[in-house]
Design a protein around this ligand. Sequence first.
Ligand code: ZN
Ligand code: ZN
Ligand code: ZN
Length: 140
Amino acid sequence: MESHIEISKLLLQKEKLRVTPARLELLQILQQKSPAAVTFSTIQNACSKTDRVTLYRTIQTFMDNGVIHKAYQNEEETYYALCSHNCSSEAHFHNHLHFKCTSCQQVTCEYLLEEVKIVLPNFQIHKAEIGVEGTCSRCY
Ligand SMILES: [Zn+2]
Ligand SMILES: [Zn+2]
Ligand SMILES: [Zn+2]
């Protein structure tokens, strides 16, 4: 557990974010599940001492600073995952896709063997997201 706290502190320092109990707690739960994404309700249960408003604000701050990103969203849940070192407050760089297992409902960040280049003539692409659904290696 100690090492998780150390990593969280380093991460917060890197992004020049103040270390608060709510931020540390949120980072820890995401690190424990990584590379799997974590649903908002899982985060809420794990961070039971943090009120809902603070939790939403902490998530938003982390998204704005390139610490976490939205991995998947459906009507019931939003899934969040940790970003790599490439992300910062300037921009998010995700050369990966999000895989949703329709059997266990787990969402993971999966790195591609080969980079996918999306070419759309006459359009400027600011952000591209690839969502893939199927059966994960634990379920098939
Ligand atoms: Zn990111
Ligand atoms: Zn599965
Ligand atoms: Zn991801």
